[in-house]
Design a binder for this molecule. Structure first.
Ligand code: CP
Length: 290
């Protein structure tokens, strides 16, 4: 079993994964007793996804391996397929793969039998991030249908936005996007931030992904923050029970004010904590019984 795109899962399956994650959060134990090896293959930088998958594997009693891409034969030109095929040939039980190429997994599908879970493919998809976002939302509101969310910022470069926009709509949420027009994704219900902020249940902020910009993005951080960032003035316009989310890492005082990161409405660190339980659920699904 592979997990590359959350869009491939039904509403029922998504809720079942979150149910299992909640069981782990409540103390459910699965112990593979060191008999399973989970290998992390990160070809792009990561802190949260990489190390929370590793923590999830440790919580399940797995052994872990972490490819050091910079010190590996990738430096000699070895391909993604040949690297993954190597880890399969030495007998690892699951691989977590993050790669800068959108839909990198198409070249692996049907050729690799070891279970693979994507930790993100370029600007395409981020299934485990979307699941931890959804778990956090369901914990807060009990269900998804009818909730209104605005995803604000560098939408066009964001695999989080691309996955969440499609999956949240499938779950019956009303999804809007906002931010600079240069980051607008066609067909993504683009609205002005200040016209929607007092109407939504969830404000999900996105990092400005400077490293993915082909052209210079010539707005000062101060102007960006004033026009599109979440500051306390905007937080005070949000509905009483509305929450703030961000996949992180964040650019403080660009898309999110320093004082907003840990304000009462913020669920950002809860998202990170839930990431471990969601990833335990995904690993348990692909590894099977103890
Ligand atoms: N949210 C997220 O994917 O963070 P990392 O890039 O640190 O893994």
């Amino acid at each position: 079993m592979n997990i590359f795109k959350l869009q491939d899962f039904t509403i029922e399956q998504i809720n079942e994964i979150i149910d299992l994650a909640e069981e782990f959060k409540a103390g459910k134990k699965v112990d593979y007793q060191g008999k399973k090896v989970v290998t992390n293959l990160f070809f792009e930088p990561s802190t949260r996804t990489h190390y929370s998958f590793e923590k999830a594997a440790m919580n399940l009693g797995c052994k872990t391996q972490n490819l050091e891409a910079e010190n590996s034969s990738i430096r000699k030109g070895e391909s993604l397929y040949d690297t993954v095929r190597f880890f399969e040939s030495i007998g690892v039980d699951a691989m977590i793969i993050r790669h800068p190429q959108k839909e990198y997994f198409l070249e692996l599908q049907g050729k690799i039998e070891t279970p693979m879970i994507s930790g993100g493919d370029g600007t395409g998809n981020h299934p485990s991030q979307s699941l931890l976002d959804l778990m956090t939302i369901r914990e807060e509101f009990g269900s998804f249908a009818g909730l209104k969310v605005v995803i604000v910022g560098d939408v066009v470069h964001s695999r989080v936005a691309h996955t969440n926009f499609e999956v949240m709509k499938k779950l019956g949420m009303e999804v809007y996007t906002s931010g600079p027009e240069i980051f607008e994704e066609p067909g993504y219900n683009f609205v002005e931030f200040d016209k929607i902020i007092d109407k939504v249940d969830v404000v999900m902020l996105l990092r400005v992904q400077y490293e993915r910009h082909e052209k210079n993005f010539n707005i000062s951080t101060q102007l960006y923050h004033n026009l599109y960032g979440l500051n306390m003035e905007r937080v005070n316009q949000m509905k009483e029970n509305a929450i703030i989310m961000h996949p992180a890492p964040f650019n403080r005082n660009v898309e999110i004010g320093d004082e907003v990161v840990e304000c009462d409405k913020s669920r950002i660190f809860k998202q990170m904590a839930n990431g471990v339980f969601v990833r335990m659920a995904l690993l348990n699904m692909v590894l099977g019984d103890e």
